[in-house]
Write a new protein. Structure first.
Length: 112
């Protein structure tokens, strides 16, 4: 099974099994990543699944069919700690191509 790596607020990395076809929001929420709430259930009506993709994974996520659209950018305007590689986890579907994807929760210590 593929997996994702989450960088938590304290900078520690956590590897989580990631079911193909699920959104990163669903995977993180079900793994009790506290900062990823997914209040709207993935309907693109909030920014509570905001995550920061490591730069090398940003383009890979888009290439795997998870393009960032204007509606997502509008929701990201409501989030904190937004940067160039910020995404809403509900808009990225897990696939084999994303095995090993790394993201940080907002406010996490990261070196990128």
């Amino acid at each position: 099974m593929p997996s994702i790596i989450v960088i938590e607020k304290d900078g520690k990395e956590r590897t989580i099994p990631a079911e193909e076809g699920w959104s990163l929001m669903e995977i993180a929420r079900d793994a009790d990543v506290v900062e990823i709430e997914g209040v709207c259930g993935g309907s693109l009506a909030c920014a509570t699944c905001h995550m920061v993709l490591r730069p090398d994974w940003y383009e890979k996520a888009e290439a795997a069919g998870n393009e960032r659209h204007a509606e997502e950018e509008d929701m990201l305007d409501l989030a904190h700690d937004v940067c160039e590689t910020s995404r809403l986890g509900c808009q990225i579907r897990m696939s084999k191509e994303l095995d090993g994807l790394v993201f940080a929760v907002p406010g996490a210590k990261r070196d990128w």
